[in-house]
Design a protein around this ligand. Sequence first.
Ligand code: AMP
Ligand code: ZN
Length: 136
Amino acid sequence: MDDCIFCKIIKKELPADIVHEDEHTISFLSINPDNDGHTLVVPKEHHVDLITTPVSVLTQLMETCQKVAKGVMKGMEVEGYNLIQNNGAVAGQVIFHIHFHIIPRLSDDGFKHWKGIPYRDAAHSKEVAEKIQRSI
Ligand code: AMP
Ligand code: ZN
């Protein structure tokens, strides 16, 4: 993909702070970290998102996520991290080359999860579950 920033990083046409690289994946620091050590885990093959990425590539990606997450925890001396993967512009995806974010968390970093709101009633949640069930 000629205009893909991550493909350019993979080809070493753009600089990045690489923390791990193997045959199938590359992991480097996000240029705009939410916390120090915020790392992106990226397959070397260009695929856009979760649904369009072959399962074999996702498997390699997840193996690297596990390895790099251990390194992030040890290297950044944190006890937790968020593993996030955005799909679609509406969900905040900006780079359309699939990647996982490993975001180290600190007890005082102030980030909050979205506040969930319970379903109206059991009939509503059943209807929603059935819509998804029928679509799988
Ligand atoms: P997303 O919103 O899930 O597509 O995430 C895009 C991520 O890519 C963000 O963490 C950006 O800070 C990061 N990013 C964008 N350009 C670069 C770059 N040239 N080098 C490193 N990280 C980048
Ligand atoms: Zn790409």
